[in-house]
Design a protein around this ligand. Structure first.
Ligand code: WT7
Length: 677
């Protein structure tokens, strides 16, 4: 093997070497920051001045002293979490707060929270609010708005907590009638209407396990998930609406369940005039209407499975991440309350699709356990025009708005005039999730949506963590581009391969030291893949992200460990180059991949989407390169830049660099079931 090959892509370790990652931070950061050579600063830190919250925010804060709470929780996390658990209702108490068994050669690690307790997450999300005497009984739980139709008419629906409980009970009784029992799996493939959370809650109510598959997935992707989970029943919507078009969901279900004999029934929520095959299909609404609205929540073990959610891994085959009732209800409700400073009069809107973990933890479970009014909006962010979301905020007086950097950048691209047309003064807290938010998007969000008044809470977490892990609370100063600090009850660090904490500002692996209640309990049918999270750096949970932690304790996520490139011996985060690219005024979005290069090991190739009003040209190309050179470092300048109209993304808005790379290299892209288009 020649030298060239040794440094090529084939010899890449599966994940980044933090030793080399830290090399990368130094030259790039120092250049971009104060110009002090050798100083370890990430490139974003020059914009890293803290943003302190306004007086009005502090007055309402649930957690006025974040640092003090973090300190006290670290001393005794188990007591801390049991105090949070006591805020909720349990049918029977636990005998032990936490049981953690390290992995052995024979078994993966095993974690149990609130051991021996009995509970049901729906008793907390519904009964607690809907019962006689509760002030929330007639409070709106779900508020739904559809896309404007051709005449500009907008459909709306609302469910109070009382109504929601009754509808969930009817759905639960229908499922029971179909023979669904505790532990059975039910796949949900639905449009974003109230029936989706209703179906999720109905499963949970009887101890069945839901597995939500995003409505945009293709039939083969849906089929493989139904097969892996061996679902007895599938619940679907016949059609969805997006950008004025009808999306056929039922057609994909027909194709997916063909030949799967273990699927006994398909429950179809009909919005169109779809005809049903009575031998296998049942009409959702008429079945629910005919069912009793009383159904007690099943008394479940704290560790009973609540749902599986399939997420992409590095190997291609999606992983079925398993979450349970007890710990998850504690982790999601607590973090939702403190990170958004939730109050009873708030209208809360998270734009996430329910087919994503955010739609489970922070559209359905966390907010409903907290008795919030949750807004659901079907359709696209730019239909009928780029003011859609802002019009929704104005119309409903949304107080808490939680979205993604990708969406923010897309909306930014349409210009400031869209948000300027609407009254956004109801907003009190803004949130971001899914990927690092680049300072340019952060500042645009801060100025044009928050009007420099509302804190931006950037939440770092994963499908696997179930709940927020690193974030701030609204009363705490933020740094643009940083999610902040480990939340109370969570101990995180940035370490090298041996698990040693690295110095402030140096790159390394983001790890979590101790178990937390919302953590995944298994990868369905794949103990080996579960175990991997703790074996990469023995004994610690490795998130698979590369991060830094600065002198003040603020974390910065540089991207996935496997999205790090190696250029001339320097490892460069794709996220960093992308951030530099999108800070160029003419660029709206960018994706970067490493290509095998005979001299440098890897060279950088960028794909960029220009803002409206800009055209590709050689001159622009040179300006962009110059910009990256100045923002980051000469070694971070992409050798090639393609101007493209769109980028391949997952539903959760993450750019699928793997797909770009495969296309570039002319190889098979592997699993692309999570691809949006
Ligand atoms: C990965 C998890 C958790 C819901 C959304 C995605 C990245 C997530 C942030 C953030 C920087 C972030 C990480 C993480 N990520 N939030 N605030 N800042 N990066 O869930 O699909 O399981 O992806 O998304 O790389 O590991 P997911």
């Amino acid at each position: 093997m020649s030298e060239t090959n040794r440094s090529g892509a084939d010899s890449q370790p599966p994940i980044a070497d933090p030793q080399i990652v830290s090399n990368q931070v130094s030259p790039i950061g120092a250049d971009a920051a104060a110009g002090a050579p050798g100083q370890d600063l990430s490139s974003l830190q020059k914009q890293g001045e803290r943003y302190a919250p306004a007086e009005a925010v502090l007055r309402r804060a649930h957690v006025p002293d974040f640092d003090a709470l973090r300190q006290s929780s670290i001393a005794d996390p188990e007591t801390f979490w049991s105090n949070q658990a006591r805020e909720l209702e349990w049918f029977a108490p636990w005998t032990e707060i936490l049981q953690w068994r390290e992995r052995t050669d024979a078994a993966p690690p095993q974690v149990q929270w609130f051991v021996g307790a009995q509970c049901n997450i729906t008793a907390n999300a519904l009964d607690r609010h809907a019962r006689e005497g509760s002030a929330r009984r007639n409070k709106v739980a779900l508020l739904w708005t559809g896309e404007p139709d051709a005449n500009g008419k907008i459909a709306e629906r609302a469910f109070t907590y009382g109504q929601l409980l009754r509808r969930v009970n009817q759905c639960a009784n229908v499922l029971k009638g179909l023979g669904v029992q505790a532990g059975d799996r039910v796949t949900l493939y639905m449009a974003l209407t109230p029936e989706l959370p209703i179906a999720m809650l109905a499963c949970a109510r009887i101890g069945a396990v839901h597995t939500v598959v995003y409505g945009g997935f293709s039939a083969p992707a849906l089929k493989s998930r139904i097969e892996d989970s061996e679902s007895k029943v599938v619940i679907c919507t016949d059609i969805g609406y997006r950008r004025g078009k009808v999306i056929d969901l039922k057609g994909a279900v027909d194709e997916a369940v063909r030949g799967l004999d273990f699927v006994q029934r398909v429950l179809v929520h009909r919005r169109g005039d779809t005809t049903l095959d009575e031998s296998r299909e049942t009409d959702f609404d008429s079945a629910l209407d005919a069912a009793s609205s009383e159904c007690e929540a099943a008394r479940l073990d704290s560790e009973a499975p609540l749902f599986f959610l399939y997420t992409s891994g590095t190997t291609g085959k999606p992983k079925g991440v398993v979450h349970t009732h007890g710990g998850y209800m504690v982790g999601t409700s607590y973090t939702h309350r403190i990170c958004f400073d939730l109050h009873d009069d708030d209208i809360y809107w998270c734009t996430a699709d329910p087919g994503w973990i955010t739609g489970h933890s922070y559209v359905t479970y966390g907010p409903l356990i907290n008795g919030a009014t949750v807004l659901l909006a079907e359709g696209a962010l730019d239909f009928p025009d780029a003011g859609r979301w802002w019009s929704v905020i104005e119309k409903y007086g949304v107080n808490i708005f939680y979205s993604t950097p990708t969406a923010i950048r897309a909306l930014m691209r349409f210009g400031d005039e869209f948000p300027a047309k609407y009254d956004l003064s109801s907003l009190r807290v803004l949130g971001s999730v899914g990927e690092p938010i680049n300072p340019e998007a952060w500042l645009w969000f801060h100025k044009n949506i928050g009007h420099e008044q509302t804190p931006i809470v950037d939440t770092w977490w994963q499908t696997e963590t179930g709940q927020f892990m690193i974030a701030t609370v609204p009363s705490y100063p933020t740094k643009p581009g940083s999610p902040g600090k480990p939340l109370p009850g969570i101990e995180a660090a940035v370490v090298d391969k041996e698990g040693r904490e690295v110095e402030p500002g140096k790159g390394g692996f983001l790890i979590i030291k101790k178990p937390w209640p919302g953590m995944m309990r298994a990868i369905y049918k794949d103990p080996e893949r579960y175990e991997k999270y703790w074996t990469l750096i023995p004994g610690l949970y490795a998130a698979g992200d590369v991060a830094t932690c600065d002198e003040d304790g603020y974390f910065r996520v540089m991207g996935r460990a496997d999205d790090v490139m190696n250029v001339s011996g320097y490892r460069i985060g794709t996220a960093e180059v992308e951030s530099a690219l999108v800070s160029f005024p003419a660029i709206a979005e960018a994706a970067v991949i490493g290509k095998p290069d005979p001299v440098k090991g890897e060279s950088i190739k960028a794909f960029v989407i220009l803002r409206q009003g800009h055209e590709p040209s050689d001159e622009l190309l040179q300006q962009v390169k110059q910009h990256v050179r100045e923002e980051l470092s000469p070694i971070a300048v992409p050798g090639e830049i393609d101007f493209v109209p769109s980028l391949p993304k997952t539903r959760s808005g993450k750019i699928m660099r793997r797909v770009l790379k495969a296309k570039e290299l002319g190889v098979e892209p592997g699993d692309i079931s999570t691809l949006e288009d």
